[in-house]
Each structure stands twice: as C-alpha cells, then as structure tokens.
Design a protein around this ligand. Structure first.
Ligand code: GLY
Length: 570
C-alpha cells in the first residue's frame, strides 16, 4: 500500500515535471538572447521573436521539416508576440519543397456574411476610419488556424499535437516580456480596456516592465481545444461560441456560420524569372507577388548594378518603378475570387516597358501624370514575417497579420486572443472618381465572403532550381518595396543579407507623391534627388525583414535590427 502511494507520488511528480517547460526545452523562456545574425550549418529560423525562433529550431532539431516548424512558430508567435502574431488573423505561406514543388497557402481573413459595401461610411458617404480600425466591427473572419491545418495536411511530418505544444506551454507557464513588448502593452492599455468587453491578460494595474511574466491561461485553453480537435476547436464549439458572444457584446458581425464555413485555399504561386534567378511569391488576394514581378521586370531593363547602391540614379529608377506599380495596384487589384483582375496584362513585358516610356532619367515624374484609380492602401503596419529552412531542403516564407498593432484591440472574452482589424484593408469608399474621373479601387470593395487586398509578400528566390533566399517583412504598404529593395540590395548591389536588411530604406507608393525615408537615410542623396524635383518625408522605421541566405554549406540567417527579431538554428 505504502509502496503504491510512493509510486503514485513519483508518477505525479514526473507528470508535473514533464509539463514544465525548462525541463523539456533547450531554451529558457525567462532567459533568452536576441541573436541578430548567425551562420547555421543545417537549419535556421528568423522571426520577430527569439522565443518563436527557438521553438522553430527545436521542432527542426527533433526531425520536423520546415512546414512543421512554421506551424509551431506561427502558434508560438500568437503567444509571445501578441502585437502581430496571432490565431485571430490571417496570412500567406509560400513553400518550396526539397522535391522542387512550390505552393502557396492563402489563409487571409474574409469579410463576414453580414458585411456590406458602405458599412464604414457616415450619413454623408464619408469613411469613418475608426469604424474599420477599432473594435469589433473591424474584424474579418480569422484564417490562421485553418491555414495551419491545411499546411499540416499537405506537408506536415510530425504530429500536430507536438507542434502546438510549445505555444501552450508558453501561454500557460508564461515567459519574460521584452522592453519593447512592455512599452507596446502599456501604450495600448486604454484601448484594450475600451474595446475588449472583458478583462484580459494584457491589462494589469501597474505598468508592464521588461522581464515581467506574461501568463495567458485563457489562450492556453483555446490552444488546447485546437490541439485536441484541430481547426474545429477554433471554428466550432466553445471557441466559436466565445467569439460570437464577444461579437454580440461589442456590436460585431462575425457569426457561427462565418466561422464554420471559413476555408483556407491553396493558390498558384506567382513565379517568374529575374535574370538568373527564379522568384516565387504570393498571388492574389495579395498584391505583393504581382507588384514584385512588375517592378523586377521593369528593373531588369536597366544596368542597375552599375548605377550602384544608394546612388541618385538607382534610387530614382526604383522610385519611378514603384510609383507606376502602386498606381496599377490601386486600380486593378482585388480578390480574384470576386473580381476579374487582368494579371496577365499587368505583368506582360510589353505593357511594363510601355509604362516606363515617360521615365526621364534625373527628372522626377509627377504622380498626377500617372493614370490610375483612387489610392487606398493598407495603412497599418504591424504584420509579422518569418523565414525557415530545414536540413532536408524545404523552405517556408510566411507573413501573417492582425493588421494594426494588437489588431482591433478586442481580446475575445474567455478565449484570450486578439482579433484583427483587417476590414480596414478593403476600400471603404470605392467607386469615387479621382481627379481624372477614373473609378478606383472598385476591385477591392467590400462584399460578403470576399478577402481584402493585401500587400504581404512572402518570397523565395531560387538559383539553379535551389533555394537561395527566403525573405519577407511586415510594413503595410511598404512591404512590397521593402522586399523589392532587399532583393535588389543583395542580387544587384552585392550587399550581405545583414547589410541589405539593416540599411536605411525608402518607399514610394504613387500617392502621396513623396519619397518616404527612414531617418538615417543619407542626407546628401536626399539633396541630390530634391534637385531632380522629388519631395521627401521622414518616417518611422520601414518593415522588419527576416532573411535566410542559403550559401554553399551554410545558412546565413538575419533578423532585422529594427525590432526584437532573432534567429535560431543549428
Ligand atoms: N494588413 C496588411 C496587409 O495585409 O498588407
């Protein structure tokens, strides 16, 4: 009897111990380093949070492939990086497998069935920005959990339960937050209180400090339901009920039927050649791949590498290319499941050459002379990206979002996760003629069940059929130009991936007709371009780009200097 008691006690202690993170994992969620750049021999992860990268590394080290690691990283980010990591949002995954297969998975949010075209307009027909950005009405139907399930069905090799377990542990046992996260939570405290209908783990009486523990028991329970039931644990049953109850309390419109009917979709990737490289990126409902194709195809007509990095000639050329691409985006692009998008015509070489016929070297064009529709671009920038390579030869490039920082700031009561404010990526007021009388952004008008146009550009570059770079970034409308610049910096100017990522960036998006620059952008270069007729505007940092460069025998992994982003691997 006594022996049985001791055996039971030992079993109990053992089972408690096996639930304790530090004993099971090679990393300590209370004591971790941020590594910005490292060459790894076999496998690597670069993400917006060091703990998420370490989770990915563990999955890779125990034999998981890049897709397994991506699923684990996505769930881990939902816990350790509530700013943009999520289960309440959506995103895009680009996969290139060891067998040479390329695939993209679209898990972008959708407009709820009760959404309608003018839902964010006031009685005079003007957009009320706060309605599409703050609170319950701003949320699209989340796609992340279905996206991860689809990715696992298609490519996963480890048991899904194992992939989500690190996220459950981090939510249940907590982790030490960074100084940046503490600032973010403090800054948004009033919003969490205003828009959430119930108290949440993100709000505490005193100010958050670096190294404080963030415990998320409601989120842990939600993740456990997903672990036990798969996507049904989110889109049906208790979690779905909690989402709909939250909507009812806060005046939102996502219904049980919206959740039950949501599907992630396998899409054809955008694939094109750029000189000796093959580029694989995301197609509609992201504008990223199409614009990247337009811009690189125009660029290849010019001896850009001879112009040199940060020369007035190279920057001017890239600005003019960006201007034209973003004008096309505004008029033509939207969810191709709902509208006809002339993708073939927009990426056709002849058309692209004709777009540059009015380009004059060393003289600024004017956006008012470049025809296209009304400009409506994503304005929120708190998306996040991660890049993963495994030792088998698979790579994943994944960008995911709840749109703004902490999404719509609504934490689903009892379920512990934030919802997105992705409805703001639709055109709130389509069809208004611009000053040329052109109808713009009709393609991106709100319709029930439609996906809002995105700028996310998860990308893989191949050389001789093998992955050379895995790249992507957050940054709203700047995402596409950031990826463009990073690729040109490496492939044309010969910068190292770290230099390419960390050099100051510029951005032009057609309208407004200014070149946005980070504040450390070279002043002499700005002066030279101002002489040509360009106007500049300093802005907050552009993007947080995560790059893997697969060199002969090692992977050069880089995490952007602009955040807490970190790499891990072996
Ligand atoms: N919410 C940012 C994007 O999808 O582009």
């Amino acid at each position: 009897m006594r022996n049985t008691f001791y055996i039971l006690l030992l079993l109990l202690l053992f089972s408690c111990g096996s639930n304790t993170q530090n004993k099971e994992t090679a990393y300590d969620p209370y004591d971790y380093q941020i590594i910005k750049q490292h060459n790894f021999r076999k496998a690597a992860v670069s993400s917006a949070h060091p703990l998420a990268s370490l989770v990915g590394k563990e999955i890779l080290a125990k034999g998981g492939n890049a897709i397994d690691a991506a699923i684990a990283v996505q769930y881990a980010l939902a816990v350790v990086y509530p700013n943009a990591g999520n289960i309440g949002g959506g995103g895009f995954m680009v996969v290139h497998t060891k067998d040479g297969e390329s695939a993209t998975i679209d898990f972008r949010e959708k407009a709820p069935a009760a959404a309608f075209r003018d839902m964010y307009l006031d009685s005079e027909g003007n957009p009320i920005d706060t309605k599409s950005r703050d609170g319950h009405l701003a949320a699209g139907v989340p796609g992340t959990v279905k996206g991860m399930e689809l990715a696992h069905e298609m490519f996963g090799s480890l048991d899904f339960k194992e992939l989500i377990q690190p996220a459950i542990d981090l939510a249940e046992h907590g982790f030490a937050i960074t100084a940046r996260e503490a600032r973010g939570l403090n800054r948004n405290k009033k919003d969490f209180q205003k828009y959430s209908t119930e108290p949440s783990a993100f709000v505490k009486e005193s100010k958050w400090e670096e190294q404080d523990t963030l415990l998320q028991s409601d989120l842990a329970s939600t993740l456990r339901r997903i672990q036990d039931q798969g996507a049904k644990g989110f889109y049906e049953g208790e979690t779905a009920d909690l989402i709909v109850q939250e909507m009812e309390r806060g005046g939102g419109i996502i219904s049980l039927e919206d959740l039950k009917s949501y599907e992630a979709v396998v899409r054809d990737p955008v694939v094109f050649d750029y000189k000796d490289y093959q580029i694989i990126s995301m197609g509609l409902p992201s504008s990223g791949g199409i614009l990247l194709q337009q811009m690189l195809r125009q660029l290849e007509e010019y001896p850009i590498s001879e112009y040199g990095f940060q020369s007035k000639e190279s920057v001017q050329l890239m600005v003019e290319i960006e201007r034209r691409a973003y004008a096309d985006r505004a008029l033509y692009l939207g969810d191709a499941d709902f509208v006809d998008v002339p993708v073939e015509a927009l990426t056709n070489k002849e058309y692209l050459l004709s777009r540059m016929e009015d380009f004059t070297p060393l003289k600024a064009s004017k956006s008012e002379d470049i025809e296209a529709g009304e400009v409506l671009l994503p304005t929120k920038e708190e998306t996040t990206h991660f890049s993963i390579a495994d030792e088998l030869g698979n790579v994943v490039s994944l960008t995911t979002t709840i749109n703004g920082a902490y999404g719509n700031r609504v934490v689903v009561g009892g379920a512990g996760f934030l919802l997105n404010n992705e409805m703001d990526d639709f055109s709130a007021k389509p069809g208004s003629p611009n000053k040329f009388g052109l109808l713009g952004a009709e393609a991106n008008a709100i319709e029930p069940g439609k996906r809002m146009l995105s700028a996310m550009t998860p990308t893989v570059v191949l050389k001789d059929g093998k992955p050379l770079m895995v790249v992507g970034t957050p940054g709203g409308s700047t995402i596409i130009t950031s990826v463009f610049q990073t690729l040109v910096n490496v492939l044309e100017f010969g910068l190292s991936p770290a230099e390419a990522v960390n050099s100051p960036k510029f951005h032009h998006q057609w309208k407004p007709d200014v070149i946005y620059v980070e504040k450390d952008y070279p002043k002499t270069l700005i002066a030279e371009l101002e002489e040509m007729g360009y106007e500049f505007k300093e802005r907050i940092p552009i993007g947080r780009t995560e790059v893997l460069m697969l060199e002969e025998g090692y992977i050069n992994a880089v995490a952007d200097k602009r955040g807490d982003d970190g790499v891990a691997g072996y």
